[in-house]
Design a protein around this ligand. Structure first.
Ligand SMILES: C[S@@+](CC[C@H](N)C(=O)[O-])C[C@H]1O[C@@H](n2cnc3c(N)ncnc32)[C@H](O)[C@@H]1O
Length: 363
């Protein structure tokens, strides 16, 4: 990293990439525990088994047609386990369950969990090295696209700057350079003219070109099936709201959330919220149909989480934990509202989970 700084301007997007993915040293490529109560953050499947159980309902019709599943960024493997168990409860087995996982350490943990819990299915679970040329079935990722490296931009009244990372004495500091051309400039200039960014006061936020390029690759490769992402974020006009002048960067370290991405590179997760409007544009321009966009809470309610909850009597610690986990997934003050679900399908596919509380007008 310090060597890279000495070679000239070091864009924040490259710094984020290196901090998360440098082999052996990056947050996702190193050996930190990362997920779960002993790690830096917890995700929906770690909080409640209902999450994977309900998500499996999206896969049921596709699996019945003989199609498979591909999960991006499978974390500890728990979501895969919950989904495969629920499919088995419906006497269904997908022809394959592919996992595209960037972290070698997490791949190992996923393999260990899935081979001990579902030894009879392990022959159908494959860890991919890269995206296949053609995709079909259910392709999904929970809390993955927020981790893709983003650029940090500062809009001023007359100029746009890309923020980078430099060094002063023994500390990392932010630097910047004037942006005048290229894809990042085009995107930043579009946002400036649409939302007046920097007109009154300097405005800092993120642009996630890597996320858009992944969505484009997935959309173009999907020949039959559905593409589903669950993550925190907003439609674009809310993302670039005049009151969100410091952007949405968030870091997770030992269950604490803060906004300093230069703190302990490689030891903490760095994320930004997702601009769902751009995902919508890219996926539909690539030929997919929007199947739905709603909050996580309404998505889970549409999938009948309340039926599961009705059956629970809070008479023992396990039942109380299950209710508490569901409350975290659903509550607007926790994950229910800030997390959104967006889904796209090819023409021959219909999806459940979006029959009420459609928010596509906000895209
Ligand atoms: C926040 S965790 C979410 C894990 C899991 N989906 C869950 O819900 O518990 C992010 C996951 O995405 C993986 N990941 C991060 N960047 C990735 C990338 N570029 N391609 C594939 N996986 C990635 C991480 O290694 C990790 O497994």
């Amino acid at each position: 990293m310090l060597q890279r700084i000495n070679q000239g301007f070091y864009p924040f997007s490259e710094f984020m990439h290196d901090a998360l993915y440098t082999p052996g040293l990056g947050y996702y490529s190193g050996g930190r525990t990362k997920l779960g109560n002993k790690g830096d953050f917890v995700t929906a499947p770690e909080i409640s088994p209902f999450f994977g159980k309900l998500l499996a309902r999206l896969a049921i019709p596709l699996v019945k047609e003989g199609k498979g599943i591909m999960e991006l960024g499978a974390g500890t493997g728990l979501l895969a386990l919950q989904m495969l168990r629920e499919l088995e409860a419906h006497e269904l087995t997908p022809t394959y369950y592919n996992i595209l996982e960037v972290s070698a350490d997490l791949r190992e943990r996923q393999h260990k969990l899935l081979s001990s819990e579902l030894p009879h299915l392990i022959g159908r679970i494959h860890w991919l090295e890269s995206l296949p040329d053609q995709l079909e079935g259910l392709i999904f990722g929970n809390e993955v696209i927020d981790a893709l490296p983003c650029s940090l931009i500062r809009w001023e009244a007359h100029n746009i700057y890309e923020i980078g990372v430099g060094q002063k004495k023994n500390s990392l500091i932010f630097t910047d350079r004037l942006l005048t051309d290229g894809p990042l400039f085009t995107e930043a200039a579009r946002l400036k003219s649409l939302y007046g960014l920097g007109r009154e006061e300097n405005y800092t936020s993120e642009i996630g070109l890597a996320c858009l390029s992944l969505i484009k690759s997935l959309s173009k490769r999907l020949v039959s099936g559905a593409l589903v992402f669950i993550d925190y974020g907003f439609g674009e006009s809310e993302y670039f709201h005049s009151e969100r002048q410091q952007g949405t960067l968030m870091c997770h370290y030992q269950q604490q959330v803060h906004s300093d991405p230069l703190f302990l590179p490689g030891q903490q997760d760095i994320t930004s919220h997702v601009n769902f409007s751009r995902i919508y544009e890219i996926a539909t321009q690539s030929g997919l149909n929007l199947s739905g966009y709603t909050t996580q809470a309404h998505f889970l309610v549409n999938l009948d989480i309340l039926d599961f909850l009705k059956g629970i009597e809070p008479i023992n610690p396990e039942a109380i934990n299950a209710l508490h986990g569901a409350q975290i997934l659903l509550s607007p003050a926790e994950m229910g509202e800030i997390f959104k679900v967006i889904a796209f399908t090819t023409k021959d596919t219909a999806l459940v989970g979006f029959n009420s509380w459609d928010l596509s007008r906000l895209l």
